[in-house]
Design a protein around this ligand. Structure first.
Ligand code: AMP
Ligand code: ZN
Length: 149
C-alpha cells in the first residue's frame, strides 16, 4: 500500500496511516481508490471496513465520484463474506458525527455479518407508524434545501 501514496491525507488520521502502510491492517481488498480491511474491534466474525484511500472525514465531505467505487467494493466484499462465513444476513452501516457513533473521522462503511438473534445492532423500531402531517413537513423541509443545492 505504501507504493500508492494518496494526495488527500490527514497526518493524525489512523486510517490514512493504514492506507500509507505506516500501521498494519488485515487487508481484504484494495484497488486504486478503495481499501477494505478487518475491523480490529469486531462486532461479529468477519466485520470489515471499506474506506476511500483519500481522506474524507464523513459522508457530507465525500465527493460524488467516490460513491460508486465505495459501494462496488462494499458489495464485492459483502458477497465474499457471505460466501466465506455463510452468515444469515449482512448489514452495511456508516456513522457521521460523534452523536451517530462515529469514532474515526475518515469515511468508512461497516460490513457486518449477522446471525439470527445475535442482537449486534437493532433495526427493530417497534413498528410505530409515523405521523403523516409531520412526515409531509419533513419531506417539504428536505425538498426545500435540495432545491437550493
Ligand atoms: P465508527 O465508530 O463508525 O467511527 O467506526 C470506527 C471503527 O474503526 C470501529 O469499529 C473500530 O473498531 C475500528 N478501528 C479503529 N481503529 C482501527 C484499526 N487500527 N484497524 C482496524 N479497525 C479499527
Ligand atoms: Zn484519513
Amino acid at each position: 500500500m505504501a507504493s500508492h501514496p494518496h494526495p488527500l491525507r490527514n497526518a493524525e488520521c489512523i486510517f490514512c496511516k493504514i492506507v500509507a502502510g505506516e500501521i498494519p491492517c488485515h487487508k481484504v481488498y484494495e484497488d486504486d481508490k478503495t481499501l477494505a480491511f478487518m475491523d480490529i474491534f469486531p462486532l461479529s466474525p468477519g466485520h470489515t471496513l471499506v474506506i476511500p484511500k483519500d481522506h474524507h472525514p464523513d459522508l457530507f465531505a465525500l465527493p460524488d465520484d467516490l460513491g460508486s467505487p465505495l459501494m462496488t467494493t462494499s458489495r464485492r466484499v459483502a458477497l465474499a463474506i457471505a460466501k466465506a462465513f455463510g452468515p444469515d444476513g449482512v448489514n452495511l452501516f456508516q456513522a457521521n458525527g460523534a452523536a451517530a457513533g462515529q469514532t474515526v473521522f475518515h469515511f468508512h462503511l461497516h460490513i457486518l455479518p449477522r446471525r439470527k438473534g445475535d442482537g449486534v445492532i437493532s433495526t427493530d423500531h417497534g413498528q410505530r407508524p409515523g405521523d403523516h402531517a409531520a412526515l409531509a413537513k419533513e419531506a417539504e423541509a428536505v425538498r426545500a434545501v435540495l432545491a437550493e443545492m
